[in-house]
Design a protein around this ligand. Structure first.
Ligand SMILES: [Zn+2]
Ligand SMILES: [Zn+2]
Length: 259
């Protein structure tokens, strides 16, 4: 079975399509998903979605590109909001230098604060990093993210970044990008790092994998990410399913699977 380790299935744009999506997930053996919070104002929706669906878990955190005042969180708030049994991680948080430009001290401070909250809550950090490889890894190191563990979600980094993450005990999650023809560097990371550190995700509604590129994404399509990784590593889809699901529950150890 497969778990979509990072999606935004609680997003209002999926309302009305959920029965179809859940039945396609079942068909593709996708048995669970982590729906990730990007802003504090969205957290109540994220949490209630996860509480009303079996094997859907959620997180709490503020995306680096979220810029509304209400979403600036304190460590105490993040820790308090993470106590529900369905909240299994802190994030997504991190650095996004693609959509935002300097000065970005506020992004770096927000990221550090999330790592500190995760250590306090004893939950893993869900890391978003775009065009910010070195700063991301430096902030993870400076704030001892190895203590609470972390995943580099929607991995777009290079071998060097992957190596630093692995040495810190981190996990690497691949999205539909790994299926894109021009994603040669990401494919080379996906084929060479230890299988027991790999997660798969859709990050839906964005980034649909080939053969759905450009169309709307949903958690059932995580199977195409897993298939690509199997192909790149010359192993079976079943092996990728088994390993990535085991990895998901090892990292997000608070997530309880209901059979
Ligand atoms: Zn992200
Ligand atoms: Zn996301």
């Amino acid at each position: 079975m497969l778990i979509d380790s990072h999606c935004h299935i609680d997003s209002p744009e999926f309302v009305g399509e959920l029965p179809r999506i859940f039945s396609e997930m079942e068909k593709n053996n996708v048995k669970g998903a982590l729906t990730v919070c990007c802003a504090l104002r969205e957290f109540p929706r994220c949490l209630s979605f996860s509480k009303s669906h079996k094997n859907i878990w959620c997180s709490v955190g503020v995306h680096p590109s979220t810029d509304d005042d209400i979403s600036e969180a304190t460590i105490g708030e993040l820790v308090a909001l993470s106590t529900d049994e369905k909240v299994v991680g802190i994030g997504e948080c991190g650095l996004d230098y693609y959509y935002n430009s300097e000065p970005l001290d506020w992004q770096r401070e927000r990221f550090a604060l999330h790592i500190q909250a995760a250590r306090k809550a004893n939950l893993p950090v869900i890391v978003h990093s775009r065009d910010a490889n070195e700063d991301t890894m430096r902030i993870l190191q400076d704030n001892h993210a190895e203590e609470c563990r972390f995943v580099l979600h929607c991995f777009c980094g290079d071998q060097k970044m992957a190596q630093v993450a692995l040495e810190m005990g981190g996990y690497i999650s691949f999205s539909g990008i790994v299926t894109f023809k021009n994603a040669v560097d990401i494919q080379s990371v996906a084929s060479s790092i230890p299988l027991e550190r790999i997660l798969v995700e859709t990050d839906c509604p964005y980034l649909a994998p080939v053969p759905f590129r450009g169309k709307r994404n949903d958690p059932s399509k995580v199977i195409y990410v897993a298939k690509k990784i199997a192909e790149l590593r010359s192993i079976s889809l079943e092996e990728v399913e088994e390993a990535t699901t085991e990895n998901f529950f090892r990292l997000f150890s608070k997530a309880r699977y209901e059979g």
